[in-house]
Design a protein around this ligand. Structure first.
Ligand SMILES: [Zn+2]
Length: 328
């Protein structure tokens, strides 16, 4: 039995597995796909996650290594690369269920893309499951950000780039550290950057804002990365008042395909996404070739409809349609 109610629950005989429950649970076995806060919360029961997810989330669970089978009750589970953020994992049960968690199919500047897994029952994320979401190639967006930053550095401006602290900010560190001598990052981002580096992911030269060396660099115009929520008119005005250089701002998100973010005082919005776009989601399902597909998050209804048009047996799973049950 498979249903969605506080994450995705799978029950088979005496085995209960919960994928990414967002409220604390005290029974069953929890599989955490990655350390973004809407997926990783602590539970009072056995929790499985990759070593990197454990390091970033700080949750005290058990490590499941990539590509190694672990027994859970009557079933076996394997974790596979999801290409989304450091440590992100898809889970595959020997009984034929695949839960993708958040995935990026394309290779990124930091990681190879998600492994495409053959499933009998596929539970796939559909954050950008609307056919409007066709992103440019990842490499092209990285070049676009680098060229924009370089042009503005050469013109004597301060560059403030906003991105999600975990995932996007590390990609931005890599991109922007190739444009300037040292990129400055928010302390929260610096802490996550360190975990990336500890795991062998090279990000280039960066410094936390609060270091003495960073203060030296800020005597001149500089490049800085801040968490997305900090990037607003008030913050930009404060930076401009504190330093004697004009400021330009950019944001990196898949939602840039839909929104300009100009109302927040953002000059450029770049379509840098750590999720698969619509065509990549379709490509995943076609290659996985499941008997049944369940879509979760974002445009779940729309994506399921598109899959049905292509001949798949597909349904959205959502909290609002709780307990859509399937038995087989
Ligand atoms: Zn995520």
């Amino acid at each position: 039995m498979l249903y969605m109610n506080n994450g995705i629950t799978y029950v088979r005989k005496d085995t209960k597995i919960l994928f990414d429950p967002h409220k604390s649970v005290s029974e069953g076995i929890v599989c955490i796909s990655h350390a973004h806060s809407d997926h990783a919360v602590p539970h009072k029961t056995k929790m499985l996650m990759t070593r990197q997810t454990l390091q970033i989330s700080g949750i005290d669970g058990e490590v499941i290594e990539y590509n190694k089978k672990v027994q859970i009750g009557d079933d076996f589970i394997t974790s596979y690369n999801a290409g989304h953020v450091l440590g992100s994992s898809q889970f595959m049960l020997d009984s034929g269920i695949v839960y993708t968690g958040d995935i990026r199919v394309e290779d990124s500047i930091l990681f190879p893309g998600a492994d495409i897994l053959h499933a009998d029952i596929l539970i796939i994320e559909s954050t950008f499951g609307l056919n409007h979401f066709e992103f440019p190639k990842h490499e092209e967006v990285c070049h676009e950000i680098a060229a924009w930053a370089k042009k503005n550095m050469d013109a004597g401006r301060i560059i403030l780039m906003g991105g999600y602290s975990f995932g996007k900010a590390q990609e931005l560190t890599k991109i922007l550290s190739e444009v300037c001598d040292v990129v400055l990052v928010h302390p929260k981002i610096a802490a996550i950057n360190k975990i990336y580096e500890k795991n062998g992911v090279k990000l280039g030269k960066y410094l936390s804002f609060d270091s003495d060396e960073a203060k030296e660099i800020m005597r001149d115009n500089f490049v800085a990365i801040v968490p997305t929520h900090m990037l607003n008119r008030k913050f930009v005005d404060a930076i401009e008042a504190q330093f004697s250089y004009p400021v330009v701002t950019g944001i990196a998100t898949g939602w840039a395909k839909m929104y300009s973010f100009r109302n927040r005082g953002v000059d450029r919005a770049f379509q840098l996404s750590d999720h698969a776009d619509f065509n990549q989601l379709i490509e995943y399902v076609e290659q996985s070739n499941p008997r049944e597909v369940y879509t979760v998050h974002g445009y779940a209804k729309e994506f399921a409809r598109q899959l049905r048009r292509r001949g798949f047996k597909a349904k959205p799973l959502s909290e609002s349609t709780q307990r859509k049950l399937t038995d087989w």
